[in-house]
Every structure is written in C-alpha cells, then in structure tokens.
Design a protein around this ligand. Sequence first.
Ligand code: PGA
Length: 239
Amino acid sequence: MSIVINTPERIAQLAAQEYVALLNKKPQAVLGFATGSTPLALYAELVLLNRKGELSFCEATSYNLDEYIGIDGIHEQSYRFFMDRSLFNEIDIRMEKTFLPSSSIADEAHLAEFDCEIEKAGGIDIQLLGIGRNGHIGFNEPGTPFASSTHVAKLTESTVQANSRFFLSADDVPRFAATMGIKTVMHAHAIILIALGAEKASIVKTALHGPVTEAVPASVLQLHPFVTWYLDYEAAALL
Ligand code: PGA
C-alpha cells in the first residue's frame, strides 16, 4: 500500500499512529529503527507522543538496521549516537533493550546472531526503512542477495557521496557497515518505508513498479504482505 501525503510532518503524524496502535496493544513490541534524514520527523513525533503519555516504550525492545564499521558509539556520526540523540535519550525505552549491529569488524563472524536475537525476541513488529537513491535498504546495496542475513557490507561510491554530507569530507565516511540483510528485513511482520523529496522519485517508481530484482534491493518489498510506503508529493511525483 502506498500513502501519498504532502509534508514530512504529516507523514510523521500518520506513521506515528502505527506505533501508538502497536504499543498500546502490545507494550513489549519489537521495533526496527533506521537512521538518516528521513526518520527524523517521525522520531520527533514519537518523542512528543511519549511525553504526552500517548505511548510508552518502557517494555519495548529495538533493533537498528545498521551501523558503520570502525567508529564507536561515542562518535557523533555513529548510528548509536544518532539514535541516542534523536530518539532513545528522549523516550522511556530502556537503553539496555536497544540494539544495533556491532561496529567492530572483529565481530563479523557473529553478525548472523543478530538475526537469531531478533527471532528470539519474537521478531520485529514494525521495521522502519528509508530508501537510498540506488534502491538500497539498510546498507544492502544493489546486488545484495535477497537471502542475506545481517552481514558486513561495502558501501558503494554513491552511498559514500550521499553520506559525506554528515562528515568533514567523503574521505572520512567509513567504507564498511554492518547491516541487517534483506532476509532479516523481510522477516519483519510489518514494514513502514518513508521516502521524501524529488531525489527519491525515480527510485520509488522503480522499486514499486519495476521488476523484483537484486539489482534494486527495495523492489523485494513487493513480495512482503504488509508494507506501507509513506511518500511526500515530490517522492511520489513519477507514480
Ligand atoms: P536518507 O537516507 O534518509 O538520509 O535519505 C535513506 C537511506 O539511505 O536509506
């Protein structure tokens, strides 16, 4: 299903209601979170609703999609730092129940255990996703096998360039990241994908209506029964 709405704030309000419904019904829900610019308005809305007492995360568990390899959680560009600052520090989730894939290359052999932990926790109830301009979800770049579990991925040059806006220069962007695999994402019970802005219009059209192919990782979502695409007018312009 795709929902086209005019502003990121309105998208955030509507998407946040999915979390309200879930957490009120199932306080111990398992949430899959994402980083990037796209989820920021949603996180601000979740913080607001949590402060107003309309939803609580105190029994919830979270698993993040990905983390850069080689920078630790106190680095401002680590996804742990991003999540703490934009969401976890501001809501009543228990920090020890927030998980990201390991940023240490030494843990590479154990990354598939991330999937086992998620399954043991009952599976992800709502997985939040953004979409890269090349169709990536998490750091699953074009060509990633649909059968992949959590693993170390090499960033493509286009992703390094896109993410360099957060670093002093492109040279400072880590070249590798630990990411949930496509199979990990597809195991989520429900998925929310948010895409904002004209730069996402072409890939949104390809992912939603083009062939399902590993060349366009997000196209796999056509095979998932419970995906909601929240699009602003610009991102939906080519549909
Ligand atoms: P963005 O990134 O939210 O910063 O556009 C999305 C993504 O690359 O998955």
